[in-house]
Design a protein around this ligand. Structure first.
Ligand code: DPP
Ligand code: ZN
Length: 849
């Protein structure tokens, strides 16, 4: 496939003043008529994008068919020669027929359970009709939808409707990727919001008739998001209606189409007996994320897809702030760092490493990654820390002011902060252009006589694909100093590291302090330092910074696990240090639960790789199980007491308080179930009043291989609830003993309700195997084979989802020779498929490179 380069950007030589579309919907033959008013803004032919599925019936300029001598219709583009185009403003009209029922890729217009819906980001609109399908071409849209279905929606405000038709107008110029259309037999949960300037907005969440009672939480989250964006950024909503539609078949989480967000139903529907606390929190944050895109993404969009992190990094950053404000900032920060390390650090350390702003791609859908999203958000957090609150706010105000209505670049973004603060951001820009996670090494020296602590930092970033050289970056290092008795002797300072090596002194210290480093996780780097278990335990007991405090415990656990998984004798300090945390009733239960959460098997493997050794997935699993059992034995009475005490009283609420109590309760249950054969878990399963606790109990039972009755009950109760049945498909391979997980997954895959063309169901089952590392990386290659087999089955139907799931293989180079051979063989089988999609072909090529 063709490689697209950032440097090849050229503006489109026309401007669109209005896009008019008319849809006559039919499952097998939808007719799309387009009328696009435009004028020339540069030289060249008129070239429109279009996919292979367009059956073109007519193409006209100013109402007259285009002379075939001037018209070229290729597989992916339509071109009209310059000579056939007027000099004055003109309209381009086309009539095409498309086949939504045949669209299993779920890009463009497709059917999901009898409902028409669209997904156009990044390049889905070209499967609907001929158009300049690029984000820098923005236009107001006027859309007529014709169908017998009762609810007909598109972007913007409703203009008029009658029997079998509806007209919509979106006055805000937008690129085609933000277009949306929905038609179906839907019901709305409706509400209202009054904006800060007094605009009345009608809010609707559209769902299937039977799902109406599970939409209330999403509505609450929407109103909270609208109020928050006014408070935090002065951003107000700009249409008369805001519609959200829940759809069962969806490749991603959700989509921010102007005025008509389309959501994967799992990110809308929730009730206490079907959704967990984690589901609720995710719904809240994704509703916010898509709503926040209205300003960061829609009003100000991207010039081209290389700039994807301009909207995604910023919008993730904003949704993280929102959750911090609504819930616990400390807990949210720790959770975000856990996710960043699990997904982005892993990506950055492997064959798929790329900068937040890549400079080449074959298939843009392969770049909706943890690096673009989560690292993109981290970079913004660093920017804010470096500029300070006033500089940050001044820059944001200038960004909204200067660029409203435009399609922008990372250069535009950085320039507003440069202009607002006078600070040169040339070196900072490397965070956007350079891939890889910097390694920050700290060497300390202590001068007892002078009371002086010297900190010498060195930064280095390993080469990544296509980027051998890594010049130093600016790294904000937030740190504090803790005295041996636990007092903070230096509150948080931010050191700005700009060189490869740099040194700082701290004077006037009475006794050698312990450095509380990278407070708040002030930069997305890995840290290398020598530190005793006693010093870590001191920070875990006393650090005033919640993240650094959690990190100290996490390092104790990780060190012990890395050592044990390599056959060494682990330091027992972690379990010992837990006594203080478990006994401290002033701590937020959610925080305590995070301290109890052991490093993942994948993180342990990365830790072993960082020591230059080869990880053994089976021994890692055993080491982790063993540590859990040790903790359970060491702390049984207090864990038992916590299990009882953390039972939230009263009716279910997904708020941070009760959710945090449940997370600690379930952490205790998980540990205790290693000692009681699952008795407590079975009792909780039988009595649990909510899905959160049921799933906690079920995970423990599956791990013990005693979940048979519980699973049968779950199936009987929820057979017709797709979202709950997804959990049924996930929990078994994910929590099962690794030696049995693939066989379990195989038998689940043979069930008639394994509807693998549904992305949620596919991810639920196949993704669950990849989330059980000792199963996926089984020495006999059975995990690789199973996953590869299913990716090959999915690819022809849904290339986007198949290609994204291939990232499971990205850690293959770190394993031993026989696992590497098995992984390579599986990947080569995929690569050899006769009609492999562009998406998957690019992924396999990069993973194997
Ligand atoms: N733009 C979507 C989101 O991240 C993904 N397609 O919100
Ligand atoms: Zn987004």
């Amino acid at each position: 496939a063709e490689t697209r380069l950032l440097d090849d950007y050229r503006p489109w030589p026309f401007r669109i003043t209005e896009t008019r579309l008319e849809f006559a919907l039919a499952p097998r033959g939808t007719v799309v008529r387009s009328d696009i008013a435009m004028e020339r803004s540069g030289p060249g032919p008129l070239v429109m994008d279009g996919g292979a599925g367009l059956r073109t019936r007519a193409v006209a300029i100013d109402g007259r068919p285009v002379d075939p001598a001037h018209l070229t219709i290729g597989a992916e583009s339509l071109s009209i020669a310059e000579a056939a185009l007027p000099d004055r403003p003109f309209t381009f009209a086309a009539e095409v027929e498309i086949d939504p029922a045949d669209n299993t890729a779920l890009e463009g217009l497709y059917l999901s359970g009898g409902m028409f819906c669209t997904q156009c980001e990044a390049e889905g609109f070209r499967h609907i009709t001929w158009y300049p399908d690029r984000p820098d071409v923005m236009a107001p849209f006027r859309v007529v939808v014709r169908s017998d279905l009762p609810v007909l929606l598109s972007n913007g405000n409703p203009v008029a409707q009658g029997r079998g038709w509806a007209e919509w107008h979106d006055p805000w110029p937008k690129p085609a990727y933000l277009f949306a259309l929905v038609a179906g037999d839907l019901r709305a949960l409706s509400d209202r919001f009054t904006t800060m300037s007094g605009r009345e907005v009608a809010l609707n969440i559209w769902v299937r008739p039977g799902d109406l009672d599970r939409a209330g939480f999403a509505m609450q989250a929407l109103k909270a998001s609208m109020a928050w964006d006014e408070r935090a950024y002065g951003r107000e909503y700009d249409l008369d209606v805001f519609n959200i539609v829940a759809v069962d078949d969806f490749n991603m989480g959700a989509m921010e189409n102007k005025g008509l967000n389309i959501f994967n139903s799992k990110l809308v529907l929730a009730s206490p007996d079907t959704a967990t606390d984690a589901d609720y929190e995710r719904i809240e944050s994704v509703i916010a994320h898509e709503y926040f895109h209205n300003w960061t993404g829609n009003r100000i969009t991207c010039r081209d897809w290389f700039q994807l992190c301009l909207k995604e990094g910023l919008t993730v950053y904003r949704d993280q702030q929102f959750t911090s404000d609504l819930r616990s900032a400390a807990v949210k920060r720790i959770e975000d760092v856990v996710t960043l390390r699990a997904r982005q650090f892993r990506e950055d350390a492997g064959p798929l490493a790329h900068p937040p702003r890549p400079d080449r791609y074959e298939e843009i859908n392969n770049f909706y990654t943890a690096t673009v999203y989560e690292k993109g958000a981290e970079v913004i957090g660093m920017l804010r820390r470096l500029l300070g609150e006033d500089g940050w706010r001044a820059g944001m105000d200038l960004y909204f002011d200067r660029h409203d209505g435009q399609a922008c670049t990372i250069e535009d973004w950085l320039l507003v902060f440069q202009d607002a603060t006078g600070r040169d951001l040339a070196q900072f820009k490397r965070w956007y252009t350079d891939a890889g996670t910097p390694r920050l090494a700290l060497a300390e020296s202590w001068d007892e006589d002078a009371g002086r602590l010297t900190l010498r930092f060195a930064q280095a970033t390993a080469p990544t694909p296509g980027q051998p050289e890594k010049p130093p970056r600016v790294i904000p290092i937030a740190l504090g100093l803790i005295s041996p008795n636990g007092d903070e002797v230096l509150p948080t300072q931010v050191l700005e590291m700009t060189e490869a090596e740099q040194e700082w002194h701290f004077d006037g210290l009475g006794a050698r302090p312990v450095v509380s480093l990278l407070r708040g996780f002030s930069a997305p780097v890995t840290v290398e330092r020598r530190m005793s278990a006693a010093d870590r335990a001191l920070l875990l007991a006393h650090d005033s910074d919640a993240f650094a405090r959690w990190q100290a415990g996490h390092e104790l656990a990780l060190d012990a696990l890395v050592t044990a998984a390599q056959g060494g004798d682990p330091d027992p300090a972690f379990s010992g240090a837990l006594a203080g945390v478990l006994g401290d009733e002033t701590l937020d239960p959610a925080f305590v639960a995070l301290v109890l959460r052991l490093p993942s098997e994948d993180e342990i493997a990365a830790g072993i790789t960082a020591r230059g050794a080869i990880p053994d997935p089976d021994r890692i699993h055993e080491a982790r199980e063993a540590l859990a059992e040790t903790i359970a034995r060491d702390h049984r009475p207090v864990l038992t007491a916590l299990y009882e005490r953390m039972n939230p009283a009263g009716p279910y609420s997904p708020d941070a308080g009760p959710a945090g109590r449940r997370s600690l309760r379930l952490a205790a249950l998980g540990l205790l179930s290693r000692l009681d054969g699952g008795a407590l878990a079975q009792a909780l399963w039988d009595a649990a009043p909510d899905m959160t606790q049921r799933m906690g109990a079920l995970a423990a039972l599956v791990r013990l291989d005693r979940a048979g009755p519980a699973l049968a009950q779950m199936e009987a109760q929820f057979a017709d609830n797709r979202l709950v049945m997804d959990k049924f498909f996930t929990i078994q391979p994910m929590a099962a003993p690794p030696a049995r997980a693939v066989a379990i997954a195989r038998s689940l895959a043979a069930r008639s309700d394994f509807d693998w063309k549904n992305p949620n169901r596919f991810r639920a089952l196949i993704g669950a195997v990849t989330a059980n590392p000792a199963a996926f990386h089984a020495a006999d290659g059975s995990g690789y084979d199973f996953v590869a087999e299913w990716l090959m089955r999915l690819d022809p139907a849904n290339p986007q989802t198949a290609a994204r799931m291939m990232t499971a293989f990205e850690t293959w180079p770190r394993h031993d020779a026989s696992r590497r051979a098995a992984a390579r063989a599986a990947l080569e089988r995929i690569a050899a498929m006769p009609s492999l999609s562009v998406n998957s072909a690019e992924m396999v090529r990069r993973i194997l490179a």
